[in-house]
Design a protein around this ligand. Structure first.
Ligand code: DGJ
Length: 735
């Protein structure tokens, strides 16, 4: 059933059950207030007396009968007129706006004033669509709102349509603006980092000195991630208090601005990065913005993350035959062989990987063209005949005969100047005519905005997947843009590259998935440089970081899981000392760190002892037992690791609470310091749970082997750890 309402004199509430949960979208015509209810959240906005779309409420769910309304807001003074003071849902830059605009345009006659007024709306199931229009010019903005019935996560985006007969230049286009009520205690949480050091936690008070999280790099980047969380100082902890969380579904340059405005409200505006942005919107053309998803929880930072994880599992991550498959235990050749891959060597690794229970064998970089180092070969996606004289088939057969599926590394968007592809098509890369082409890792970025490049890449990949039984692609991307030019199109279209590149990348991924539904894809960008809700809608797992040191990883994984689902967060056990920091750690410690996401193994297995194989076998078997809980359960961050002296306790609880997996790891212990018991969360109070160690070793003598959920949550469990790089994994099973 579909409902479409005109705004005038009509009030209606729709309550439609969605998989057991309820979402409601409604419009109160008298007050001109819209509200969306889903999960534990209510979101409301209204049409102001000046016909501006004004934010009203976003927080804990309110009663259906509650009369939600927002104040009529006027200008504060001659310096701050109405347009700047009303917290607009989607503010055009015009009429005296100084806060971050959602949309800024320039018409060919020089007019750059844009004032968006409410025109009409539609309500459909758990969604609201509102049409705004400039007060004079034929520019329409359609705002899309959805609310997830289960988690209350809001999805917001905008369609910007040129209804006139001349092109209009868009200088800035956000997906949405969110507002939080007046409070001077807000704290913004974000992640920051760089290659091999992604996902470091950062925070800053929200103040009138705004904070900008952004990437100007052409892709998501790891300097910031397009994600935020806002908490209230003195109120919000890991376990309680209000927390707002949001992320952009966009893998190109992006920006999220957070600032307290002149009236004390906090405004969060996110979308395309306006830096170097220009989009020439032709008559009757529409520009679609990415979706800016955002959620709320009053259960603290932990619950906000869990809400967001659940939302990703239910609504973002791609399905296969309607199912969200579990991540197989993977082996990857990169750290073992780097570019020196060949048939015999990979077969040998596959034999050894199969012995420990690996389910997916992935050959990384080095298998194609003249790829013997990172200086050549990218772009030439033909199997190297010296390394694989009979093509990939013998290796694939070998892998499959050992009960594993075969996966392959590709980096389709890149080209080495030393390649057949570049020699044939030097004009296919992003560049400014006649200017130097800055290389990063000896490579250049192909301009996917070009139709010919898009079609070429789709053809090459389609062919690779059609001719070989490849079930998994690790899709890498190892540099950022420089000289972001697109010389082959008219000047006024060249900066559309920021949008068109990404749309074509999404097209290729979508099309490959459609043509090869059995194939899974991993998003990798030299590690975690391209992880966002946009790429996650099209890839099955993500490579979190090239930093595989198990201690650094605990910090990285803690940062990552604030925002994104641990179930698709790939983590490998690799050789010790680690290549990043030369730190030596026990194999069991490395396993316990990597088992907290999708488990992978990247060791040179030819160097392993019998004891290493036995340890690995034990942990892989334990991992398979807890895999559904780790990948589908609720994550509780009991002790969050801090830089310098890392102690991390994380708990995963199965959705039906029948199992819990606890990981306690310390970088080192000090003196004879006692350790407080670990108190679990999320169990059934009344049920009884047995406990055992993941490595099969006996528990500490005073630890009961079985107790009630209440006992484990109130009394807790003593986990005696002493020494450097110590860890224990425990499995709790409901009896
Ligand atoms: C960067 C990735 O993150 C690594 O895992 C590996 O695939 C290399 N690229 C290969 O060049």
């Amino acid at each position: 059933m579909r409902f479409a309402l005109s705004a005038i004199g009509f009030a209606m509430i729709l309550t439609l059950p969605v998989e057991g949960a309820q979402a409601e979208a409604s419009y109160d015509a008298e007050r001109r207030v819209f509200r969306l209810d889903g999960g534990d959240v209510t979101y409301a906005f209204k049409v102001s007396r000046d016909d501006l779309l004004q934010s009203v409420y976003w927080g804990e769910r309110l009663e259906a009968e509650d009369p939600i309304d927002g104040p009529e807001i006027g200008g504060l003074s001659g310096f701050d007129v109405t347009a700047n003071v009303v917290p607009q849902e989607y503010a055009g830059w015009g009429g005296g706006l100084f806060a971050d605009p959602a949309l800024k345009v320039a018409w060919p006659d020089g007019n750059r004033d844009l004032v968006l007024h409410y025109r009409s709306h539609k309500i459909e199931r758990d969604a609201v669509t509102v049409e705004l229009q400039d007060i004079q010019r034929p520019l329409t903005v359609i705002l899309h709102y959805t609310i997830d019935p289960d988690t209350g996560v809001i999805g917001r985006s905008a369609s910007i349509r040129n209804d006139g007969d001349m092109s209009v230049r868009i200088d800035r286009a956000a997906a949405a603006g969110y507002t939080l009520p007046v409070d001077e205690r807000y704290r913004l949480h974000y992640t920051t980092g760089r290659w091999a050091a992604e996902w470091q936690r950062g925070d800053a008070p929200v103040s009138a000195a705004g904070t900008v999280l952004e990437s100007r790099r052409g892709s998501t980047g790891s300097e910031n991630n397009p994600w935020f969380m806002i908490t209230v100082d003195g109120e919000t902890t890991e376990q309680s208090g209000p927390a707002w969380i949001g992320a952009l579904a966009w893998s190109g340059s992006w920006r999220i601005g957070v600032a307290r405005d002149v009236a004390g409200r906090t405004r969060i505006t996110g979308g395309f990065n306006p830096f170097d942005f220009a989009y020439s919107l032709a008559p009757r053309e529409t520009l679609e913005t990415p979706v800016f998803y955002a959620g709320y929880s009053d259960g603290g930072m932990g619950a906000a993350s869990r809400v967001f994880h659940r939302f990703q599992r239910q609504s973002i991550l791609p399905r296969h035959d309607g199912r969200l498959p579990l991540r197989p235990v993977l082996y990857n050749s990169w750290e073992a062989t780097e570019f020196a891959v060949d048939e015999a060597g990979q077969m040998r690794l596959a034999d050894l990987a199969a012995r420990i229970g690996v389910e997916r064998f992935v050959m990384d970089d080095g298998w194609f063209g003249e790829r013997n180092s990172d200086h050549a070969g990218l772009g030439d996606w033909q199997v190297n005949p010296e390394k694989f004289p009979n093509g990939l088939k013998p290796l694939i057969d070998h892998v499959q005969a050992r009960g594993m599926e075969f996966g392959l590394w590709v980096e389709p968007e890149m080209v080495n100047p030393d390649s057949e592809l570049y020699r044939a098509h030097p004009d296919w890369v992003i560049n400014f005519e006649g200017r130097p082409r800055t290389e990063g890792r000896n490579q250049l970025v192909l301009n996917l905005a070009r139709q010919d490049v898009r079609d070429h890449l789709l053809g090459v990949l389609d062919d690779l997947l059609s001719k070989n039984d490849i079930r998994f692609l690790k899709w890498d991307y190892n540099r950022n843009w420089s000289e972001p030019g697109w010389p082959s199109v008219p000047v006024d279209e060249q900066q559309e590259i920021y949008v068109r590149y990404m749309r074509n990348l999404y097209y290729i991924l979508d099309e490959l998935r459609r043509r090869h539904p059995g194939v899974e894809i991993e998003s990798c960008s030299g590690g975690g440089g391209r992880i966002d809700l946009g790429i996650m809608q099209r890839t099955d797992q993500v490579w979190t970081s090239d930093n595989t040191d198990p201690v650094d990883r605990l910090l990285i994984q803690d940062g990552y899981t604030q925002a994104y689902d641990p179930g698709v967060m790939m983590a490998w056990v690799t050789d010790s000392p680690n290549w990043v920091n030369r730190r030596s750690t026990p194999l069991s410690f490395r396993f316990l760190s990597a088992m907290q996401g999708g488990l992978g193994i990247g060791n040179d297995l030819t160097e392993w002892t019998q004891e290493d194989f036995a340890t690995a076998k034990r942990y892989v078997a334990a991992y398979k037992r807890i895999r559904p809980t780790v990948q589908r359960g609720d994550l509780y961050r009991i002790d969050r690791p801090e830089e310098g002296d890392v102690r991390s306790t994380t708990l995963y609880v199965a959705p039906d609470r029948s199992q819990a997996a606890l990981f306690a790891l310390v970088q080192g212990t000090h003196r004879l310091d006692p350790r407080r018991p670990i108190r679990l969360q999320g169990l059934n109070e009344d049920a009884r749970y047995s406990v055992e160690r993941m490595d099969g070793e006996p528990l500490a003598s005073a630890t009961p082997t079985e107790a009630s959920g209440a006992y484990w949550m109130r009394h807790g469990i003593d986990v005696p750890l002493r020494g450097d790089f110590q860890g224990v994994g425990l499995i709790f099973t409901r009896q």
